[in-house]
Design a protein around this ligand. Sequence first.
Ligand code: PAF
Length: 280
Amino acid sequence: VKVVRTIRALREMNLPDVGFVPTMGALHEGHLSLMRRARELTGSVVVSIFVNPTQFGPREDFSAYPRDEEKDLDLAREIGVDVVFAPTSEEMYGPTSTWVEVEGLSDIWEGASRPGHFRGVATVVSKLFNIVKPGKAFFGLKDFQQCVVIRRMVEDLKMDVELHFEPTVREHDGLAMSSRNVYLSPEERRAAPTLCAALNDAATVLQSAVSEASLVEDVLGKSRQALVFRGFDVDYFELVDARTLEVVRALSVDAWLIAAARLGRTRLIDNRAVFDNSFF
Ligand code: PAF
């Protein structure tokens, strides 16, 4: 695997048929599955490792975010990644006054708890697309709202890239893989799979339900209660339309369950479609 740190060096490589996996490092099986998919579908696989400062709030974990470049490079090598692009913040930003903001979708759910987060994500992903020029780009559905925001950005700005959203990779007990899971204490780690279980239980009830607003409300309320009982501080547990992220009470193929809850100092997010045949 070749490590490239400058935009110029990457451009000079003129790679053909690029499959791109943007990451912030601390690679886990979720990232590796995206890289394998890119390896399958494209001629040259480029992975970026860049802990993007602009998507972290002032009280978030930017400086503490897990970083282990040597280990990441070993994993990328094993998968057969061609190039790891690992620029400095200076290289990516320098003095900058241009930002990409996907209005509306960026201000709700994760965006409400993390103001400015999606502006940082949309801006860095645009920059990376301009630098890497991928034909295909791969994102994990674990960060569901991020997928929705990026898809809208690509549509709105007429970007010439094919997006691939891949299923969430989970631990044996259902916990969605995340670089932040390392923050969980052993006790929190034991409670953490309840988030995924609550989503699955809610989906099962909703699938068999007659579409009735009061019933949906009831299912969501019970799910929230189950999480609180297990020690979670629930931020949201909602049924939304997967295109607009607006709350819905009617069940359609676009109905999606999204959740965010805190265990101690760790904020966990997870999501799932209510129906298997939904559009993603
Ligand atoms: O999902 C992530 O790791 C980041 O948000 C991304 C897409 C690499 C942008 O910094």
